[in-house]
Write a protein that binds this ligand. Structure first.
Ligand code: SF4
Length: 285
């Protein structure tokens, strides 16, 4: 940080300002605060976890590298747990291979099992292939859906009690805003700082399709709102949770996808619907 800014907790030199908390933090207090926020979130989401296998999604980028390291630390101190990292290779030339290597380096360092699931083998297609065959659809619209399907399938195969997927606060706030328009997390720069301060290996590369993502518009809106009104991202997330609590009742009978058997809102889940489009691209036009 520029200037002589001091940590609010101990007066050492600060490495980050957190306007939404009204605080500055030095490296040790910042690292401890990230770990505490992760611990609280895990406790909120898995209050009765009594041990077993836990899968963690690890792409090799900073968010998932930090999530994996934090999960490793968190589960080491509790009930006997086998942590398994799952990396999905969607088939994006030039982008995914270095991130898979970074994921392997991290899991080797942490001493945890690492599984790589390749879309080409599991789904019979890749993001690169689909981008060529269905140019009318933004690649993120199917790539993310297929990745979630493959992560869920891999976690089920492992008989995992839970699948831990890390999103930074900025991603979550953008998603909430996107969902609203269409229908004690950690901000992105703090995730980056935690990874740097703790020396985690991760890949800095950007997906070649990222520029086409609809999310970019929402990213700019959220940044602007946060700058004008610190705390907007947390407020968006709180709103979503309050709405989820209010709506926590089945709106219709749960159903299963007729193709793959996964839980779905209609008789064909989104992943299978998109796979069908990739097989018959003319339907996507
Ligand atoms: Fe897939 Fe989009 Fe992420 Fe690239 S940016 S890996 S296309 S979801």
């Amino acid at each position: 940080m520029a200037g002589d800014v001091r940590c609010t907790a101990c007066s050492s030199e600060a490495v980050i300002d957190q306007p939404y908390r009204g605080r500055h933090a030095c490296a040790p207090h910042f690292v401890a605060s990230v770990e505490e926020r992760f611990r609280r979130e895990m406790h909120r989401q898995m209050p009765r976890f009594a041990g077993g296998t836990v899968a963690v999604a690890l792409s090799g980028g900073k968010d998932s590298a930090v999530t994996t390291a934090l999960a490793h630390r968190y589960f080491a101190g509790g009930a006997p747990t086998k942590l398994v990292a799952i990396t999905v290779d969607e088939g994006i030339e030039g982008y995914r291979p270095p991130t898979v290597r970074a994921a392997a380096e991290l899991t080797g360092r942490l001493g945890i099992e690492h599984r790589v699931v390749r879309a080409a083998a599991a789904l019979g297609t890749t993001t690169d292939k689909a981008a060529e065959e269905i140019p009318g659809l933004p690649p993120c619209s199917y790539c993310g859906v297929w990745r979630r399907r493959l992560l869920n399938d891999a976690a089920r195969e492992l008989d995992a009690q839970a699948l831990v997927v890390g999103f930074n606060l900025d991603d979550l706030a953008q998603t909430v805003l996107m969902n609203l328009v269409r229908g004690a997390q950690v901000p992105e720069r703090e995730v980056y700082l935690y990874a740097r301060l703790t020396g985690l290996p991760f890949d800095h590369g950007e997906c070649p399709y990222a520029g086409r993502a609809q999310r970019n518009r929402f990213r700019e809106i959220v940044w602007q709102l946060e700058e004008d009104q610190p705390g907007t991202r947390q407020a968006l997330l709180r709103t979503q949770r309050e709405l989820a609590d209010l709506l926590d009742r089945p709106l219709s009978a749960p159903t299963r996808c007729r193709e793959c058997g996964a839980p779905a809102a209609t008789d064909l889940c989104r992943a299978c619907e998109l796979l069908r489009l990739a097989e018959t691209p003319s339907e996507a036009m």
